[in-house]
Design a binder for this molecule. Structure first.
Ligand SMILES: NC(=O)c1ccc[n+]([C@@H]2O[C@H](COP(=O)([O-])OP(=O)(O)OC[C@H]3O[C@@H](n4cnc5c(N)ncnc54)[C@H](OP(=O)(O)O)[C@@H]3O)[C@@H](O)[C@H]2O)c1
Length: 276
């Protein structure tokens, strides 16, 4: 699980920027693709070293290589976030490789879509374990490491469904609503330790997770017709907000959430008045 950390030029740069992350280390669960990798790119471009925790070895290796090319140190660790033992092992390895952890982005997520009456108990547990229990466990087990550094940043990933229901994803929606409340509670508990906890609520984003949704006839067009930005989001849309929540620029921002959805949740419908 160990890897060699290269202290490259990016680690040695100094800057006054509020957004500078030079010398910081971020753990990103599910950072090997999609929104997690988008967040990783945003942090790496501001100088942070990145530890990716995810299960797929090939995707981990490709993402790590890409981040290293940005001039920072990046390592990946094989972690199933539903395993407490995996998380404990990964914390030990990450701290040993990087010297500590300053930022957690609890991004790994799972959505299995079906009508409420169709769920088995096993699938219910699976979704809750990844989307809620693991988010809590990663935060809880990394808390002593952030505290040791004199403070830190925890960024949780909610969803449109944190604030809106979704008839074909009731358990996913429930976990994403709960993540927002978890973020508020962790912010309250750890504020005195200079740890800020905030939640990003993505809208409709083109990643592996939405490949099934995007294939449903008519649905992509329906989504566009309700989105003021007039497009789907992409992982690149998360670089800036992840950088903000990970940096000193957000030191007085905690226990809150922000929608990165091109305006989808802010709008009842998109139509103009008829011309007379
Ligand atoms: N895409 C959207 O439109 C959208 C909208 C709202 C919210 N979100 C949320 O954004 C987050 C990222 O989603 P995404 O769209 O980027 O999805 P994605 O492309 O499917 O990526 C999910 C990531 O989570 C990792 N992961 C899943 N289960 C894991 C486990 N048990 N242990 C460790 N890693 C695990 C996967 O890596 P491995 O398979 O290698 O483990 C993968 O990197 C999720 O929390 C999701 O709910 C997405």
């Amino acid at each position: 699980m160990h890897c060699i950390v290269l202290w490259t030029q990016a680690n040695l740069l100094t800057s006054n920027s509020l957004f500078d992350l030079t010398g910081k280390t971020a753990v990103i669960t599910g950072g090997n693709g999609g929104i997690g990798l988008g967040c990783a790119r945003g942090l790496a471009k501001s100088g942070a070293n990145i530890a990716i925790w995810a299960r797929d070895n090939d995707k981990n290796a490709a993402a790590t290589k890409e981040l290293q090319a940005l001039g920072v140190s990046a390592c990946s660790y094989l972690v199933d976030v539903t395993s407490r033992q995996d998380i404990e092992n990964a914390i030990a390895a990450t701290v040993s490789d990087f010297g500590g952890v300053d930022i957690l982005i609890a991004n790994a997520g799972l959505n299995i879509r079906m009508r409420p009456e169709e769920y088995s108990e096993e699938i219910v547990d699976q979704i809750i374990d990844v989307n809620l229990k693991a988010v809590f466990t990663c935060s809880q087990l990394l808390y002593p490491e952030l505290k040791k550094r004199g403070g830190g940043k925890i960024i949780l990933i909610g969803s449109l469904t944190s604030v809106q229901g979704f008839g074909v994803a009731p358990i996913y929606s429930a976990t994403k609503g709960a993540v927002v409340q978890l973020g508020k509670s962790l912010a309250a508990a750890w504020g005195a330790d200079n740890i800020q906890v905030n939640t990003i609520l993505p809208g409709w984003i083109t990643t592996e997770m939405t490949s099934v949704t995007r294939a449903i006839p008519g649905l992509p067009e329906h989504i566009l017709s309700r989105t003021p930005a007039g497009r789907w989001g992409s992982p690149g849309d998360f670089e800036g907000i992840a950088n903000f929540f990970a940096s000193t620029a957000s030191d007085f921002v905690t226990g809150t959430s922000i929608q990165i959805d091109g305006g989808f949740t802010s709008t009842l419908a998109l139509f103009d008045l008829p011309k007379d």
